[in-house]
Design a protein around this ligand. Sequence first.
Ligand code: ZN
Length: 189
Amino acid sequence: MLCSPRNMSKPLFVVHDVFQSSLFSPSQRKVLEMDSFFGWFKFAMRPLENEPVILAAIAIDIARNKEWVDYVKKRPNWIVECHGWEHRTYTSIGENQVYSHLSLSCDVIGREFGRRPTTFYPPKCKTSDNVAKAATRAGLAIDNVIHRPGHWIRDNSIEKVYFHFWSSGHITDVRNIMENICHPQHAEQ
Ligand SMILES: [Zn+2]
């Protein structure tokens, strides 16, 4: 990637599945044989330590992950938003149940991090009319970010990308982006 002022900007990263400790998919179970999710998270987030990053959190698992929660609290540029109470497909359950999951998530995240979430990043990027209505009732906007870091590498006009901290392919793409973008202090030299 060429180093020119045009590509100094980088995408805003949204990290999915933060704090997840249950309801694992088969691919997640496979990577858990290599390291814990917290271990993967720390490794994936290394190049983003001081970046403004959105953490899409699984709220039910916040209480089970004190060390992980404390780690996040020490990074003031990271903002905790909602990825659901559990990691489930919210399009397959009724509006009232979605609402209770989302409002409970807002309560727990707000209490733990001192800031109520404003945005719901739905699991698997799946949304529906019912999910949208429930989110509105819970005071949440829906941001259905569908691009991944690999998309940004091909088209860096994309403003926001999501990635899985437990995916080695996504981790590599994030590293490539962070190492190749031009930092302002370099541009001045
Ligand atoms: Zn997810």
